[in-house]
Design a protein around this ligand. Structure first.
Ligand code: APR
Length: 192
């Protein structure tokens, strides 16, 4: 008997944090923690391409040949089909590799969240799911990423009414616990 999935909500339920698999999220768009090549990799990138099928890579190749011949810059975001995934679209974004961008690591990570949300809103999408960008292979400390991502999401949603649901999907219970402890969403009374 699977234990009921506990979720944690913020911003009057507009944001929920949960433990799960990003590829299983039935939302308008799932966000991929990609690299500049857009040609796939491991972790989230590997799971999305593996479960989504070749149409995602084909769309990424098209983007590389037309709009980003030199690759997708860190912090930028592009949208493709989600192939066989339950989601409708994939938004690929490139997180910062911790320590590679001087004092700009946090700004680049915030840009991943901001630009992914902006792209979703521009495409009239209402629901989006994020993995913990850069906290795996790219070595961004989870507690620092929690503060950056929650502030960036809260800041975007404060001036947007298109996005109705943001899911923050953590692969492990430990990752979810660290996020819940270090997130900086406005508390109810502040964000009333
Ligand atoms: N669902 C949700 N979260 C996942 C999943 C999944 N299926 N698989 C991994 N994660 C978690 C990791 O445990 C980590 O917490 O997502 C977070 C991001 O980890 P990575 O996928 O390693 O992404 P990132 O740190 O941004 O590194 C990107 O890794 O896979 C390559 O091609 C990718 O070069 C790029 C780099």
């Amino acid at each position: 008997m699977q234990s009921p999935q506990t979720t944690h909500s913020f911003l009057s339920g507009r944001v929920i944090a949960l433990q799960g698999d990003i590829t299983a999220q039935a939302v308008d768009a799932v966000v991929n923690a990609a690299n500049w090549t857009l040609m796939g990799g491991g972790g989230v990138d590997g799971a999305i391409h593996r479960n989504g099928g070749p149409s995602i890579l084909e769309a990424c190749q098209e983007i590389r040949q037309t709009r980003f011949p030199d690759g997708l810059p860190t912090g930028d975001a592009v949208l493709t089909t989600a192939g066989n995934l339950p989601a409708r679209f994939v938004i690929h974004t490139v997180g910062p590799i911790k320590g590679r961008h001087g004092e700009q690591d946090a700004a680049y990570l915030a840009a991943c969240y901001h630009n992914s949300l902006k792209l979703a809103a521009e495409n009239s999408l209402e629901s989006i799911a994020f993995p913990a960008i850069s906290t795996g292979v790219y070595g961004y400390p989870r507690e620092e990423a929690a503060a950056v991502s929650s502030k960036a999401i809260a800041s975007f949603l404060a001036s947007d009414d298109q996005i109705k649901e943001v899911r923050l999907v953590f692969f492990s219970a430990s990752d979810l616990r660290v996020f819940l402890h270090h997130q900086q969403f406005p508390s109810k009374q502040e964000g009333a």
